[in-house]
Write a protein that binds this ligand. Sequence first.
Ligand code: X90
Length: 276
Amino acid sequence: MNIKIIADSSSNLHRVEGNAIDTVPLKIVTDEREFCDDASLNVDEMLSYMQSYSGRSGTSCPNVGEWLDAFGDAEAVFTVSITSGLSGCHNAAQQAAHMYLGEHPDRKTCCLDTLSTGPEMVLIVEKLQELIARGLDFDKIKRKIHRYMESTHLLFMLERMDNLANNGRVSPLIAKAAGLLGIRVVGSASDKGTLHQEHKCRGEKKALGAMLKSMIDRGYEGGKVRIAHCANVKAAVEMSALIREVYPNADVQLHECGGLCCFYAEQGGLLLGYEA
Ligand code: X90
């Protein structure tokens, strides 16, 4: 059975070297321009445009038709989407799957609501790839991936949260703290797939330390880590070094954020997915 994995572009997978699985793009829209979050998007250009633009901006997720197109004629499909707590993406994927099965009752689909985004989605996709490569059948993969998703988590460090607040994804009160000079908000994806603020740190160094502490408190013991950064490779490298001081053999990989994550995490933002 040929099993296809399709993730939305908030996973940044179209920017992860060596892992070009199918992604469906979200869009970033302003009154003047529209950015499609695919491999051809120039993220740096988008960021500098956003810095000089002061009007309204927002995002939209792929619609049912776009998901359906991505299904192609695969015999079986796993969709991996950004948290349903913040986006309609998973809902659209589910509707697409429903239509797909209506047309092809012999096929199989499983829509995963990651209750997360970015690098935690990368971990989930990598696990799916591993399970498919082992030749397991669809239902077994489905059971195993759900269990795996209980062991993955997401942390973030943000310098600004204006776009999150302006689009109603976080309370203006929390966003205000992030806007203060030198303050970094460190938080995690909650069980419901929404933003949970854990710390307000003065300076990046303290924020990275707080992230490591939060991982260890949650039971991190040297498992896989994926770090995505928005124009902040320095922090990503430092974070990875901090982890390796404690767990020298940890499998830590870094990559850049695509358009959607950069829009919301903003310049300097860091997202970290880990197993614990
Ligand atoms: O449907 C849409 O238009 C997409 C909306 C996405 C909204 C949030 C994206 C967050 C990206 C920011 C920090 C991580 C928070 C994770 C909480 C689950 C990254």
